[in-house]
Structure formats: structure tokens, C-alpha cells
Design a protein around this ligand. Sequence first.
Ligand code: NAD
Length: 365
Amino acid sequence: MRIAVLREGAPGELRVALVPENVTRLVKQGHEVRVERGAGEAAGFPDAAYTAAGAQVGDAAAALDGARVVAAVQRPSEAQVERLPPGALLVGLLAPHAAGPLLERLAARGVDAMAMEKVPRTTRAQSMDALSSQATLAGYKAVLLGASALPRILPMMTTAAGTLAPAKAFVVGAGVAGLQAIATARRLGAVVSAFDVRPVVKEQVQSLGAAFVEVPAVAAEGTGGYAKELGQSEQERVLAAIAGHVKDMDLVITTAQIPGRPAPRLITADMVRSMRPGSVVVDLAAETGGNCELTRAGETVVDAGVSVIGAVNLPSTVPFHASQMYGRNVVTLLAHLFKDGKADLDAQEEIAAAMLVVHGGKVRA
Ligand code: NAD
């Protein structure tokens, strides 16, 4: 089976869908891998490394010629879609809820598509779960961004020039990204607290050495391990608890999301203004509307001396490891979908059925 890797076209996207070690594995499994020239350059994987791993490196047309699978990180551009071979399967983070026209074009072209966002969140599919692999890196990087924007250091330091108190960090939303943010902030020496609406998370937060901010009678466990939206009285209690806590924080990292919904609003403008000047909010939910009222995606807003960083696509800021993890997710998925080198896809199979957003000329999302 022939597998193609294209150069990502989205602005600021530095990741690549497969790295050389993935190529080695796929070639060993009997596949042929073709890579567009320069596809891995920005992530630290030169063309020569792909060639050494057994891939053929060439222009986009050569990479796509006869491809059964096209592996991508983000959605392809319109021009790229027009070059996809009919009958191929496109695999990528396609953001299917907001990709209507793209999916229609793919269907019209006879290209099937699988959204990596739709990997079922089951134990069996864990090693294919790109949302988790990328969120882990986003959580890590959010703390580094926040730490470098702060006018103070994170750890306690006892020196001849006096003792410096550790910074206080608060993580809102303790899912995959939030737990990694907690672990990273702890490693850097901050005193960390966290809040989530899923009570099951409390133990995980505490096991990382952070304090859990309790809000009595709030429990919004949805399906598949996700949260659901809060009712109005719950939301009021949550906001009151956060308002009481946040004013004493130096660094706030927000990661709260509800699948398919705008991000819940949890940090109001007044809360930001109650924080000490110099404090920092890093909003990982910026792309879905933001957890903070002042967030602007891709920008840093400074209000009353507090910086609100609307972080977007943080995994792409660590493209080497983000690509390595994403590539492993893709390779595991392909090994699952195409067993024993067969190029046929069983669209009824559980994982394929959950992920296929275009199949047989029809949009399914
Ligand atoms: P996510 O990105 O959808 O949400 C991030 C966090 O925000 C979640 O922990 C959620 O509870 C929290 N949140 C939502 N509304 C909130 C609010 N109003 N206030 C505070 N917090 C709020 O979720 P995620 O991090 O991708 O995954 C969440 C959970 O799903 C994981 O912790 C895990 O339990 C489960 N999961 C399971 C698997 C698997 O089994 N393979 C894989 C990934 C995740």
C-alpha cells in the first residue's frame, strides 16, 4: 500500500504527519512511503532522514501518485484537495465540526477522510489518540509560556540575597493538558492548585502534588470521560469559587473544554483585574472562544497589568516531539485499519466507523 506525506500548508504549522522512524516501521510492514520534499524540515526531520528510512522523496505530485493513504496533520489546502487521488483515504486533524465545505469537496472528489479528533477514547484506541498526545505537549508548553511572561520566577529560592517565595499557579480544567500543566508547573517549583468539574479528577490532581479547589455539589461528568456543560446555579458557584481563588494567583492556565461546544467562560474580566499586576493567564481554550473573557486567539491582551495569552496551536511550537507522537498515533491507526497489508477498509469496524467523516462519496460528520 502506498502512503503519502504532504508538506503542511496551514500558517504556522511546523509539524509533519510521519517522521522517519514511522517510515522505517511502515516500510518493514511492506508499505511504500512517499514524502513531499521538505515536509519534515521545520520539525527537524530533513529529507535525507526520510530517504535513509526508506521513503521516496519528491514533489507533491510524485508523493500523491497512486497513494492509498494520505497522512496529514491539519486540513489540506483547497489546492492540495484538488490533487488528492480519488479512492485515497485522507487521515488528519480535520476539525470536522467546522469543516463542512472541505468535507463536501473531499466527498465530491471520491476521497475518504478520517478525523484524528474522532479516535474513540477507549483503552484499545489510546495509542492512536492524537488529541491526547498533542494536548500533553500543549499543557507542558503553556506553563513555559506563562513562566517566561512572568516578572517573577516559579521556584522558591534561598540565597544569600534573601529567600524568594514560590509562584502560585492555578490550572483550570484538569484533563490531559491540565494534568501535564500541573506536573510541569510543579517540576518548575510553583505551588499549584487546580479545579475541574469532574470530581474523579481530584485524586489525579492531588497525586501530582497539587491542591484541588473544591466547589460543593458540582459534578458534571459527561460521556467518554468528558465534561458536560454546567447548569446556571452550578456555574455561579464555580465562578464564585474561582473568583475567590484567582486573585492571589501569579499564573493561571486554563484548559477547560466541552466537546463540540464553545469553551466555558470561567475567568471574567473582573477576575483578571483582581489579580496582581504582572500576573499571567495562559488560555489554552483560545481557539474555541476562550475560558477567559479577555482572551483573543493568537494574541496577548494586557489589562490592568495582567497578561492574557490566547495560545493557539502550541503543539506546533514543539514540532519535533509533537510530530513524533502524532506519527506514532497515525502508524498505530494504519496498522489497525489495514491488517496484514490489506488495502481494504472495513468501514463498519468500531474505530474506523467512529473516525470516518467522509466515506464512499458521502459526508458522515
Ligand atoms: P477536554 O479537552 O474536553 O477538556 C479539558 C478538561 O476541562 C476536562 O478535564 C474537563 O472536565 C474540564 N472542564 C470542562 N468544563 C469545565 C468547567 N466548567 N470548569 C472546569 N473544568 C472544566 O478533555 P480531555 O483533557 O481531552 O479529556 C478529558 C478526560 O477524558 C481525561 O482526563 C480522561 O479521563 C478521558 N480520556 C480518556 C482517554 C482514553 O480512555 N483513551 C483518552 C483521553 C482522555
